[in-house]
Design a protein around this ligand. Structure first.
Ligand SMILES: [Zn+2]
Length: 557
């Protein structure tokens, strides 16, 4: 084989162009092909070898033709060409073929694209764009330029550079070629568009639930994005709010000279970053999403960066006048709780609501410079236990002992929510309290909740936790006794009347006297205790580690 190859090489290239200055002598290569064909006719080569060499020469011709056009690549190609020739002369057709293939990749736009795509699929986000850009520089008019733009778009999209991705996808959609990519491109344009509006570290808070309409305005205008297809409508400078009213199919937007119909879900974004969205007159940072609930009413969800959200939460959770270390402890507890809920609500339309059952959230109006400072100083810090974000619940005042979670909510047992003694909340106005309720009133309230009762003779605590909180109570009547979970009893009567289940109960004439300690469920951090600790010179780390057993404070973003 080798001998034959050598013989062939001498035969074919004795007058070859390779010894001459111009290796791209296409006429010569064509002559070589012609000669090869003649040798084959005269039985000087086998069929197998003829096929192999012919393929090779055809590749060589393509490469030479391509490089003829591009001067800048010539010197590189010249070297490679010589290498290939040497391999050919030694009968290494495969080796020579590999070099021609490599050169082809650099010349053919299709090959170049496939090479780029290969790199992209291997996750090489540095090299893939270089190959795509080279293709665009060499073949700006080629149909493959569309593919290169699309490929670049995918790289940017994966890297989270949605604006740049959008630019590339738009180029494909505006191309003069009727690209096969058009369906995928429309899809990616929509995806990038929506992704480009996403807020980093966003939390989704339900601020209005099941309303028939909502009024929205900004000072400097806003845009509405249809989340089903990415279409946008822009409203520039509105001197009056627009009303969004639900209809059978979607939403009717009405305002001065404005009359439009849109579909839901939709997202509303202020045009200027420093502008606030006013929802029914209340200002919010971030964006707003409107969705329909199962009954077709509107749910209004504020999507805000978690720290922006905390600005609006802290002043409602704690007094901004309290010591900074207590505010910082609260900022971390609130941030942790929001992250904990966020991680458990991915499949839902929102992460939290804005009521006392989640965290009270008042938007921008309630913000205070001191609580904002506490949020900023602790940015990204959260509580973890064995590497996981904890359910960092808290309450106003424990009244002497915090409570284990399992004694309040059946089935919830967390190693970091232990009962600990706390004397730091002694100055809380709710450290000790008394509530008198007439038998008749008490019975009325419970009957309103659907309980069937006769005259209450006595209320007995039948089970209490080691910390002293009632777990079960018995409502004794003349003939019957109604057992009740103490926590439910508290919620039935009203959590602001019976401030905790940390109570004893006695009866004097027609009145029940509840004497209790603390306000709230008693689980996790005692907020008044945090204040007390800060006043005694403890820092936020000491406070948090006191109330949450075995936790770490980590920077999570
Ligand atoms: Zn306490």
């Amino acid at each position: 084989m080798r001998v034959l190859a050598l013989f062939l090489a001498i035969l074919l290239f004795s007058s070859s162009a390779f010894s001459q200055p111009n290796i791209y002598d296409i006429v010569t290569i064509k002559k070589e092909i012609k000669e090869l064909k003649e040798k084959y006719k005269r039985d000087l080569v086998t069929g197998e070898e003829y096929e192999e060499i012919l393929t090779l020469l055809e590749k060589k011709l393509t490469v030479a033709t391509e490089y003829q056009k591009k001067r800048e690549e010539k010197s590189y190609a010249q070297k490679e060409f010589k290498k290939a020739q040497k391999l050919f002369d030694y009968g290494d057709y495969k080796g020579a073929g590999r070099i021609y293939d490599k050169l082809l990749k650099k010349t053919y736009p299709q090959k170049q694209f496939e090479y780029g795509k290969d790199l992209y699929e291997k996750g090489d986000y540095d090299q893939a764009p270089i190959v795509y850009r080279k293709l665009l520089a060499n073949y700006p008019e080629s149909e493959w330029a569309d593919d290169a733009h699309f490929g670049l778009g995918m790289v940017y999209y994966d890297l989270g550079k949605f604006d740049k991705a959008l630019e590339e996808f738009t180029k494909v959609s505006e191309s003069k070629f009727k690209s096969e990519l058009s369906f995928q491109t429309t899809d990616m344009i929509q995806k990038s568009l929506l992704a480009s509006y996403e807020i980093p570290q966003a939390i989704r808070v339900l601020i209005l639930q099941g309303v028939p309409k909502v009024k929205i305005r900004t000072l400097k205008g806003f845009k509405i994005i249809d989340l089903t297809n990415g279409e946008t409508i822009t409203f520039v400078s509105l001197d009056k709010p627009l009303s969004f009213k639900r209809t059978q199919e979607g939403i009717k937007i009405k305002g001065k000279k404005v009359h439009r119909f849109v579909t839901v879900p939709l997202k509303i974004i202020a045009l200027k970053e420093d502008d606030l969205l006013k929802i029914n007159g209340r200002g919010y940072r971030g964006q707003v999403v409107i969705r329909r609930d199962k009954r077709g009413r509107l749910n209004v969800i504020n999507e805000a960066n978690i720290d922006d959200y905390l600005y609006g939460v802290l002043p409602y959770e704690i007094s901004p006048a309290w010591p900074l270390e207590a505010l910082e402890a609260q900022a971390i507890a609130s941030r942790t709780l929001a992250l904990y809920r966020k991680r458990r609500s991915r499949a839902k339309d929102y992460d939290l609501d804005a009521t006392i059952f989640a965290q009270v959230y008042g938007g921008v109006e309630g913000e205070d410079q001191r609580t904002n400072q506490a949020v900023n100083k602790t940015r990204g810090k959260a509580l973890t236990h064995k590497g996981k974000i904890i359910n960092s619940i808290f309450h106003a005042t424990c009244g002497g002992h915090t409570e284990e979670a399992k004694n309040v909510w059946q089935g919830s047992e967390e190693p970091y929510l232990k009962s600990i003694s706390c004397t730091f909340c002694k100055n809380s106005p709710y450290y000790a309290w008394e509530k008198r309720i007439k038998e008749r009133n008490l019975r009325n309230i419970l009957e309103e909740k659907g309980l069937n009762l006769s005259r209450i003779k006595e209320i007995e605590i039948t089970e209490a936790s080691p910390s002293g909180r009632a777990i079960k109570i018995a409502i004794k009547q003349r003939k019957a006794t109604l057992p009740l979970m103490a926590n439910n009893f508290r919620l039935f009567i009203g959590p602001n009347l019976i401030r905790s289940v940390f109570f004893t109960v006695s009866k004097k004439k027609n009145e029940f006297i509840f004497r209790g300690h603390g306000w709230g469920h008693g689980v996790g951090m005692c907020q008044w205790g945090a204040k007390g600790m800060a006043e005694k010179g403890k820092d936020y780390k000491e406070i948090l580690k006191y109330y949450y057993t075995g936790v770490k404070i980590e920077k999570v973003y």
